[in-house]
Design a protein around this ligand. Structure first.
Ligand SMILES: [Ca+2]
Ligand SMILES: [Ca+2]
Length: 525
């Protein structure tokens, strides 16, 4: 950081000041004797810069400001008179009496300006402080002739020519940008998308230049705030910023300087030209605990049969609609998972009940959650899986021929199995092998046959094979009826025995008298 309060920085400043006095020996490429050419200063002067007691600042306006608005002063967050904001800290609307000396293009004073309020300051992600002055833009222009510099509303351009006019030093550094650093760290602070000054020369900024506007040399628009330089080559320590790669590795280069993003401010302006952190798409950091509000809709209690498939979309909402929510879940039944976009899916493999909590988190780390019960049941009250077909599928069953689930004319619930078809078909069946659970004595199921033919050609039938005993019995003899409705069949079983139940519907594939059979509520109890 380049504030002039730390002893080290003060000493550095004195040394450089002496050098400047002695003939601008350290003033940049023009004085080094090299053939390097500094970018042309098309439109940048010291006009509208401000000298603070320990930093540099400038008279600025938002692109949308009007002459009757209170004027604004821009400097670095670490130049706030109350001390350097901590990492994560955001200051808003703090009373202030900060004053500075407003300069003209030649660096001469045209009068003083005074703030009565710090509108916003942070050293998190960026390093800015914006003050509201006691006078309007119109009043300052009338009194001093100064016209505010305009804050750019767009991201700077890589490698563009920049100028850094310092009111404190009445001096302008100029160089090119050398792209952007995704993450810069110095002591406790972390900045993102930082403006990296080209080390080819011209921007060897010094203590006291902190808070200077970083201007687009071609247009004079303010595209950043002058922030820091690596003074001794140390890694990530105070006055020695480092860059952090995506894998966490750090690099530091002595003499590497940085500016921080400013256009973010323009993303947070409301209709009254005020910084409003609740504006949709606002990129400035928000105070901890007062950020976005995230809520997650509760889907209600969920029940699925064992081995049933799940497809449940969870929906969340963010007070900042530009944010993307990322979903995570805890307590999901075995076999289920949640996608980052909130879709719970998979096959519930294990019977049981749990409380599931789904959390949605946005890009600012704001989050919300909801909790609901999730039961995986053995729907038939015993060893039969999906005996009521309430998964909406034939999961748990092996099918042959023409089979489906139907939602109309069921015995109970929402679904029944349809074996055969309303169109002529052949022999169709569904079958399941299960173990009769402890205490069970009866297998039962319901059927509803639609047989416009005769039992000579078409029928419903069911067999139960006792795999343990090696016997097979017909539990539903060949039946062909029409309009008889649901009928129940039951058969004694032995607990612990393995059985294979096969539910059949036979059609002779003759046009005009197709037979099919609905089955439902297969239970072992
Ligand atoms: Ca059913
Ligand atoms: Ca038939």
């Amino acid at each position: 950081m380049l504030k002039r309060t730390a002893a080290v920085l003060a000493a550095l400043a004195v040394t450089v000041a002496a050098a400047l006095t002695a003939g601008s020996a350290a003033a940049g490429p023009a004085a080094t004797g090299s053939t390097r050419t500094a970018p042309a200063l098309a439109s940048v002067s010291l006009a509208s810069t401000i000298a603070l007691d320990d930093c540099s600042a400038s008279l600025v306006r938002y692109p949308s400001s009007v002459s009757g608005d209170r004027a604004l002063m821009l400097t670095a967050g670490h130049c706030w008179e109350g001390g350097m904001p901590s990492a994560g800290q955001v200051l808003q609307n703090v009373a202030s009496s900060r004053s500075g000396t407003l300069l003209n293009s030649a660096g001469n004073s045209v009068g003083s300006v005074r703030a009565d309020k710090l509108l916003y300051a942070t050293m998190t992600n960026t390093d800015i402080a914006i003050y509201e002055l006691t006078d309007t833009f119109a009043a300052i222009t009338s009194r001093t002739g100064a016209t505010a510099l305009t804050i750019s509303a767009s991201h700077p351009t890589s490698n563009e020519a920049i100028s850094i006019p310092s009111g404190y030093w009445t001096r302008i550094w100029a160089c090119n940008l050398n792209g952007f650093a995704n993450t810069v760290r110095e002591d406790q602070w972390t900045w993102h998308d930082s403006l990296r000054y080209d080390m080819a020369g011209g921007c060897e900024i010094i203590g006291g230049s902190s808070g200077s506007p970083v201007e687009d040399t071609a247009t004079g628009a303010v595209i950043g705030v002058n922030n820091t330089i690596n003074e001794s080559g140390q890694m990530c320590t105070l006055n020695n910023p480092c860059e952090v790669a995506s894998d966490g590795s750090t690099t530091a280069t002595k003499g590497q300087g940085y500016g921080q993003e400013l256009y973010w401010v323009t993303t947070c302006l409301n209709a009254a030209n005020a910084i409003d952190l609740s504006v949709s798409g606002c990129l400035l950091p928000k105070p901890p605990g007062s950020g976005n509000t995230v809520t997650v809709d509760n889907p209600g209690s969920q029940t699925v049969a064992q081995n049933g498939s799940v497809h449940l979309q969870i929906t969340g909402h963010d007070s900042d609609s530009s944010q993307t929510l990322t979903y995570t879940a805890s307590g999901l039944p075995a076999g289920l998972s949640i996608s980052s976009s909130g879709l719970i899916s998979g096959t519930a493999s294990t019977v049981g009940s749990s409380q599931v909590t789904v959390k949605a988190t946005d890009g600012t780390n704001a989050s919300g959650s909801t909790t609901f019960a999730f039961s995986v049941t053995s729907t038939s009250g015993g060893g039969v899986t999906n005996g009521g077909f309430e998964t909406g599928s034939l999961s748990g069953w092996t099918s042959a021929g023409s089979t489906s689930v139907t939602g109309s004319g069921v015995h109970s619930g929402s679904y029944a199995a349809m074996v055969g078809s309303a169109n002529p078909s052949g022999t169709s069946s569904i079958a399941q092998t299960f173990t009769a659970p402890a205490g069970a004595s009866t297998l039962a199921f319901w059927y509803n046959v639609s047989c416009p033919d005769t039992v000579t050609y078409d029928w419903a039938t069911a067999t139960l094979k006792d795999n343990t005993a090696g016997t097979t019995s017909t539990v539903l003899a060949k039946t062909c009826t029409q309009g008889a409705g649901w009928k129940q069949v039951s058969k004694a079983v032995t607990a612990g025995h393995s059985y294979t139940l096969t539910l059949v519907s036979k059609d002779d594939n003759y046009a005009g008298d197709a037979t099919y059979t609905l089955y439902d509520d297969v239970t072992v109890s």
